[in-house]
Ligand binder design. Structure first.
Ligand code: PGA
Length: 240
């Protein structure tokens, strides 16, 4: 794993944006795996600037988000669908027909999971996967567990994750108890992975990811064996 330590969040976001931009310039129809949460906001904002100021072209880019709450309406302001629209899609020239998120409103959620997995396969897999990391070491919503799921699946959210994400909802009770998440296979088949971590609350998870024992109890530790993974974290995360 390549490790890049930055002085602050701004620099972290800027390096990540340069890497995503270089992927898109090298392959205009790149398949990007996208993440939500607070961490990639700076990245999306910098990519937006690059689109406006330097003409970075997203018109052929294909995107697959890592996860979505279940159940949730795509129009719910707390949905990842709304998050992507608000923080990224509406600011660049992506074609909505090429942007995919798991369907949080599917009547048959198991079928929706199978369909999502197939769509990723049909697109040829992910070229560049952006990942955040949970304080508990989750990636996507692949939560700490004895066993991790290979394919896109419905996952019960841990209380720690629900609490961490309750800031986006009216109350803790309003946070859905489940989510649809891509599994470890789609993440690990990504040809390049960019893991972003910012802030002290991620320090322990980052330490384990860099040098801890590989364990499904801290899913991000598995990234140690990916052939092309880069971790970017800022000085506030951990001092090593
Ligand atoms: P955050 O979430 O970027 O909001 O900290 C990351 C994650 O839980 O994967």
């Amino acid at each position: 794993m390549q490790i890049i330590k930055t002085t602050d969040y701004q620099e972290l976001s800027s390096i990540a944006a340069q890497m995503v931009a270089s992927q898109i310039r090298g392959k205009p129809n790149s398949v990007l795996g996208l993440a939500t949460g607070s961490t990639p906001l700076g990245l999306y904002s910098q990519l937006t600037d690059m689109h406006r100021e330097a003409g970075l072209d997203f018109s052929q880019v294909v995107t697959f988000n890592l996860d979505e709450y279940y159940p949730i309406a795509p129009s719910d302001p707390a949905s990842y669908s709304c998050y992507m629209e608000k923080n990224f899609f509406q600011h660049v020239n992506v074609q909505r027909s090429r942007c995919h998120l798991p369907n949080g409103a599917a009547a048959d959620v198991q079928q929706a999971c199978r369909d999502y997995e197939e769509e990723i396969d049909r697109a040829g897999g992910i070229d560049l996967q952006i990942l955040g990391i949970g304080a508990n070491g989750h990636i996507g919503f692949n939560e700490p567990s004895e066993r991790l799921q290979i394919a896109t699946h419905l996952v019960p959210l841990t209380e720690a994750t629900r609490m961490a994400n309750s800031r986006f909802f009216a109350s803790l009770d309003a946070v859905p108890r489940q989510a649809i998440s891509v599994g470890m296979a789609a993440i690990f088949r990504a040809r390049q992975i960019l893991l972003l971590a910012s802030g002290e609350s991620k320090g322990e998870a980052v330490r384990e990811t860099v040098s801890g024992v590989i364990t499904t109890r801290i899913p991000a530790t598995l990234l140690q064996v990916h052939p092309n993974a880069t971790l970017i974290f800022d000085a506030a995360t951990i001092s090593f």
